[in-house]
Write a protein that binds this ligand. Structure first.
Ligand SMILES: *Cc1c(COP(=O)(O)O)cnc(C)c1O
Length: 379
């Protein structure tokens, strides 16, 4: 294992591929989160499954209350590297994990009534509050793949009568049914529906987490209206509200820096870069979306391609002001949310190093990955 390194770089000396986290961009999102927190009274926890780059947690913890997790390892990372309030959630805890999860957590959230029945006593014995994931059966999500309210969903319990039967074991609920929701009116409608169907249960607990997926950092988002709505919700039901943003906080906070290795022509101009969609920006393939490269203007159009053997390893097509040549540097946007957490060693291509652009503009290389780590990941 290479030890963490902390060397100052310039953009030009930075060896690619490299994820470059921009603390100023991150801070802009964090300031919105802090404003929402102050106006609404909600507590805000970072969803580690979206973004878990702990070299910038020093900045993030100034603005957020803690973390929420989707596994034991995320839970431990949140406890160890972020601090603050540490919520533990998993779609299914295993017997060999549960005791450690209870030791690390401030609150533990079960996905099903059966998991609650199996483990609640142990959590109570340790004095850890228990929550249950509530699935209201309605959601905002543009993608079936990411829709918690899809048919046959395993994500949370919906039957109010069955939940009420165990309400004395519950301190709170977690509801996550928004995904990339930029539309405050739709959020408001969903929340009203939740209150109609489950209000009598919400009254009986101390806290309600409304999950992630609310894009309160999007340009023009009516943050004040959202804050007022959350405050009224909290007062009406007598609960502490939590939010668990991932994407809203990490959006736009990193780029993937790459270098052109070859330029080809096959009816179109093709540029091959030292990176890959599948290995370094996997969500592009999963959700079939192009990467974003700015300013995307000029007379020279190229298809930007990855260097794995996957035929469809393509970032997209973009216009450039000047021809691309071997050695040209490109910056691919939106490399923070659901991107760095999914990087992998497919094709054995070099895993991007990680650099941080500090608030003063200095670029600091914080991590490199080498052959030994590739080997270690395989056996
Ligand atoms: C994914 C997830 C989040 C974060 O969602 P974003 O869309 O990234 O804000 C929060 N809570 C739960 C339970 C999740 O599964």
């Amino acid at each position: 294992m290479t030890l963490p390194i902390q060397t100052l770089q310039t953009l030009q000396t930075l060896q690619t591929p490299c994820y470059l986290i921009d603390k100023s961009a991150l801070q802009t999102n964090l300031q919105q989160a802090a404003r929402l927190r102050a106006l609404s009274g909600a507590r805000i926890l970072l969803a580690l499954k979206c973004f878990a780059s702990w070299p910038v947690f020093d900045l993030m913890r100034e603005y957020l209350d803690g973390t929420t997790s989707s596994s034991l390892f995320e839970l431990k990372l949140g406890r160890e590297k972020f601090g603050g309030e540490t919520h533990a959630y998993s779609v299914a805890w295993a017997d060999h994990e549960i005791d450690e999860a209870i030791r690390q957590a401030d609150k533990i959230i079960f996905n099903s009534l059966s998991q609650l029945a199996r483990y609640a006593d142990r959590a109570k014995a340790a004095g850890i509050p228990c929550g249950l994931r509530l699935n209201p059966g309605v959601s905002v999500s543009g993608f079936d793949l990411a829709d918690p309210a899809r048919p046959f969903s395993r994500l949370g319990e919906s039957d109010a009568a069955r939940i009420e039967a165990v309400i004395d074991q519950l301190d709170g609920f977690m509801i996550h049914n928004n995904c990339e929701n930029h539309d405050y009116a739709r959020f408001d409608t969903l929340l009203t529906r939740l209150e109609e169907d489950y209000g009598h249960l919400l009254q009986q607990v101390r806290w309600v987490s409304l999950g992630g997926g609310i894009h309160f950092t999007a340009p023009g988002y009516p943050l004040d209206a959202l804050a007022g709505r959350l405050r009224r919700f909290a007062e009406r039901h007598g609960v502490q509200v939590y939010l668990e943003p991932g994407e809203a906080v990490a959006q736009g906070a990193a780029t993937l820096e790459v270098t052109v290795l070859d330029v080809l022509h096959n009816s179109k101009a093709l540029a091959i870069v030292d990176s890959s969609t599948e290995a370094h920006m996997l969500d592009l393939l999963i959700y079939r979306q192009p990467a974003r490269i700015e300013p995307n203007a000029g007379p020279h159009r190229y298809m930007i391609c990855g260097k794995t053997c996957l035929a469809g390893d393509i970032f997209g097509e973009y216009d450039f002001p000047a021809p691309l040549t071997v050695g040209s540097r490109l910056s691919i946007e939106d490399a923070a949310a659901y991107t760095m957490v999914k990087k992998n060693w497919f094709n054995g291509i070099h895993m991007p190093s990680i650099a941080v652009r500090e608030l003063d503009g200095q670029v600091r290389l914080v991590r490199e990955f080498d052959y030994q780590e590739y080997v270690a990941s395989l056996g």
